[in-house]
Design a protein around this ligand. Structure first.
Ligand code: ADP
Ligand code: MG
Length: 153
């Protein structure tokens, strides 16, 4: 099946996993991130964004809704839709510009953007277990399935 699971012992393991994922998504991807507050969605995003070549900090987009990273090789848009009151608000942000097929789009709390965001290639869930996390990745497109196949290899 197009599913992948891994145990992440600590924060460093989560960041390292984001770095690994970065090597497989440079051609563009849409990722939905699920998990409770504090589950590690932003931590994983940091590993992904820095793994794609961003040298600076990765801030949580909780208040800005989106943090763009327009790198020479790839455009990355990291969303946190937790505070979005209405998916229609995304229209005013010019959201369509962000969803170029070759961009890496990472969305925390995607359910808040229902109807306004593109389909996910990968649906990633993070679950707590003390300091450890269990990551589950489900592929929902051909592009997602290719990535999961490579993760397994
Ligand atoms: P979210 O974006 O899901 O709300 P964050 O990534 O902002 O979560 O926060 C995760 C918190 O949990 C951070 O304070 C981080 O240091 C801590 N943490 C502890 N263990 C882990 C782990 N294995 N993976 C990710 N974060 C961890
Ligand atoms: Mg977060």
């Amino acid at each position: 099946s197009h599913e992948f699971h891994q145990y992440l012992a600590d924060e460093a393991a989560t960041v390292a996993f984001g770095n690994t994922l970065a090597k497989l998504v440079a051609g563009g991807v849409v990722i939905y991130l699920y998990g409770d507050l504090g589950a590690g969605k932003t931590t994983l995003s940091r590993g992904l964004v820095q793994g794609l070549g961003h040298k600076g900090k990765v801030k949580s987009p909780t208040y800005t809704l989106v943090e763009p990273y327009e790198l020479p090789e790839v455009n990355i848009y990291h969303f946190d839709l937790y505070r979005l009151a209405d998916p229609e608000e995304l229209e005013f942000m010019g959201i369509r510009d962000y969803f170029d097929n070759s961009a890496v789009c990472i969305l925390e709390w995607p359910s808040k953007g229902a109807g306004m965001i593109p389909r996910a290639d990968l649906k990633i869930t993070l679950e707590y277990n003390g300091e450890a996390r269990e990551i589950s990745i489900l592929a929902d497109t051909e592009r997602g399935a290719d990535i999961v196949t490579k993760l397994k290899g």
